[in-house]
Design a protein around this ligand. Structure first.
Ligand code: ASP
Length: 583
């Protein structure tokens, strides 16, 4: 038997009993003739002590020990004289009489503790050592708990967990596919799924009624902190439902997770149409933890001698709570912030609403105190607030203000990681015009149904048609998205046509789906949550990498196993592939 207890288990009550522990050596300390060893496993750390009166051979063994050695130790539990209240086992220590080295360790490349000295690259190269650290492992424990909670919840709601294939053909979700060459069908390729979209719809045609899967998906995109080439979705589909049924079911799931894993009730989930989110927050994923709602100043602020505003399509303002005392330097820095290429504004106008009721602005030359008063009134600002204004082409200006709003939220400390404000954004545009290719793209995907009241506009003004689509957004992060689906083959064919597919192309790519719709397709709708994002949100992390056991780096590489990597000529020949790399 390797152990009678784990390293996190022993308490005062165990004093006097003989125990055996196994684990990794966190550190060895010598004090006079005594040796103290912190023994660590997943469950905790227990102090072992080797007394000066221990046998010679035991003393000698201790001399060989080093960090991260795996040992087994047997001895008696003693109550400690000087207790350590920082760890649950801090009341006791184990007085060792027998010790076995199960596995020695080379000197680890970084220290295995919360505040490690290892940099990112090094920790990724030795991810198995990084995973020994509590802070890293805890994120994965949370991930596991969340997966179990999701399964239990959806299972209780009659969802059937169904696996769908990983070797498929291209799904049109808008990203690039990962491609796998077929050996048995040379010259032909599988694609890895960007999502199980078409399969889950086929499961609805099959009468499964409710499907879910916690599933790996693959998108060959450039990577950012919240993107990985392979990621996990909580993927769902339901039949005989309308939008509201889906929202309620998944609001229920989200609430359940918050309650179970964080002990909190996240309050009502606001539902906001896309158009309103854009006008009020300049974003389709607004962070609702704080206000600073946009005010349209286009009418109010025009008509004086300020040419920049007069020529602008749109003028937007936010009132920043209590920031009228921002210094010249801080305001200059904000101007620099909006002028960064990532934000792209030309300049910024400010108005300080002083506590004495007067106004000081960067455009005092053009606007008198009365003008500025109408501005602050329009923004519902109060003395002590700071008004920030941006102007220009409407869409760009709204986006720029969204960036500025978030920056102000950050500067004022309003992005509290322990506050959660979930919301639904609904009624997205069905189509997006692409200037480069001069054609429409589906904003969500081609299977999304238009809102019934907008159906007619498909013929007259397709760009204005709203989709029966929705996103779950929490604290400015898109956690999930889905839609009510088209279940009529004629409408689906029309959609493909609008998206620029010829009849033949649509038939070749999606004939199976349109064919399936001919055999009794129920009305259906679904959603997928980004599981990694949800876990990282719950863990208070900014990057999804930290909730993935073996993530890829920003170049899509696994630097531990060194992948991707070349394959042998023999493998290439077998696949019938010739490689011609342009460098
Ligand atoms: N397949 C979609 C996605 O991956 C989700 C859905 O529409 O259910 O975003």
């Amino acid at each position: 038997m390797y152990r009678t207890h784990t390293c996190g288990e022993l308490r005062k009550e165990h004093s006097g009993s003989e125990v055996t522990l196994s684990g990794w050596i966190q550190r060895v300390r010598r004090l006079g003739g005594m040796t103290f060893i912190d023994l660590r496993d997943r469950y905790g750390i227990t102090q072992l002590v080797i007394d000066e009166k221990a046998t010679k051979s035991l003393q000698q063994q201790v001399d060989d020990l080093g960090r991260e050695f795996v040992i087994q130790a047997t001895g008696k539990v003693l109550e400690r004289e000087s207790k350590n209240s920082k760890i649950p086992t801090g009341d006791v220590e184990v007085d060792i009489t027998e010790l076995t080295i199960l596995s020695p360790s080379a000197v680890p490349p970084f220290t295995i503790q919360t505040d490690t000295d290892g940099g990112d690259e090094l920790r990724m190269k030795y991810r198995y050592l990084d995973l020994r650290r509590d802070v890293v492992r805890e994120n994965l424990v949370l991930r596991s708990k969340m997966a179990v909670a999701i399964r239990n919840y959806l299972d209780a709601q009659q969802f059937i967990e169904t696996e769908t294939p990983v070797l498929i053909k291209s799904t049109p979700e808008g990203a690039r596919d990962f491609i796998v060459p077929s050996r048995m069908n040379q010259g032909e390729f599988y694609a890895l799924p960007q999502s199980p979209q078409v399969f889950k719809q086929l499961l609805m045609v099959a009468g499964f009624d409710r499907y879910y899967q916690i599933v790996k998906c693959f998108r060959d995109e450039d990577l950012r902190a919240d993107r990985q080439p392979e990621f996990t979705q909580i993927d769902c589909e339901m039949a005989f439902v309308e939008q509201n049924d889906v929202l309620e079911t998944f609001e229920g799931l989200t609430r359940h997770l918050f309650k179970l894993l964080k002990g909190i009730d996240p309050g009502t989930f606001v539902r906001m149409p896309y158009a309103e989110a854009m006008e009020k927050y300049g974003s389709d994923k607004p962070d609702m933890r704080f206000g600073m709602i946009f005010n349209n100043m286009t009418e109010i602020a025009k008509g004086k001698d300020f040419g920049i505003f007069n020529s602008a399509e749109y003028i937007v303002a936010i009132a920043v709570d209590g920031a009228a005392d921002y210094s010249r330097k801080q305001l200059d820095e904000l101007t620099k912030f909006v002028q960064r290429p990532q934000v792209g504004a030309k300049g910024m106008v400010y108005v300080k609403y002083n506590t004495d009721g007067t106004f000081k602005s960067s455009v005092d030359k053009f606007y008198d105190q009365n003008d500025l008063k109408t501005w602050v009134e329009a923004c519902n600002a109060k003395p002590g607030d700071l008004l920030l204004l941006l102007s220009g082409e409407k869409t760009c200006t709204l986006q720029q203000m969204s960036a500025l709003r978030l920056e102000m939220g950050k500067q004022l400390g309003l992005l509290d990681k322990n506050t959660f404000k979930p919301m639904w954004v609904t009624d997205f545009p069905l189509l997006e015009w692409d200037e480069d290719t001069k054609r429409f793209h589906a904003m969500h995907h081609p299977f999304t149904a238009p809102k019934p009241e907008d159906l007619e506009m498909l013929n007259t003004n397709p760009g204005a048609v709203r989709a029966n689509a929705y996103d779950l957004v929490i604290n400015g992060v898109e956690i999930g998205g889905g839609s009510v689906r088209i279940f009529d083959s004629a409408l689906q064919a029309k959609m493909f046509n609008l998206l620029g597919f010829t009849k033949e192309q649509a038939e070749a790519q999606f004939g199976f789906l349109m064919n399936a719709f001919k055999y009794g397709a129920p009305p259906h709708a679904g959603i997928a949550f980004g599981f990694d994002r949800l876990v990282s949100l719950f863990a208070g992390l900014d990057s999804i990498r930290d909730v993935i056991a073996f993530p890829k780096n920003n170049s899509g590489r696994d630097i531990m196993i060194e992948s991707p990597s070349p394959i042998t000529q023999e493998q290439l020949d077998e696949l019938g592939l010739k490689i011609n790399i342009k460098k």
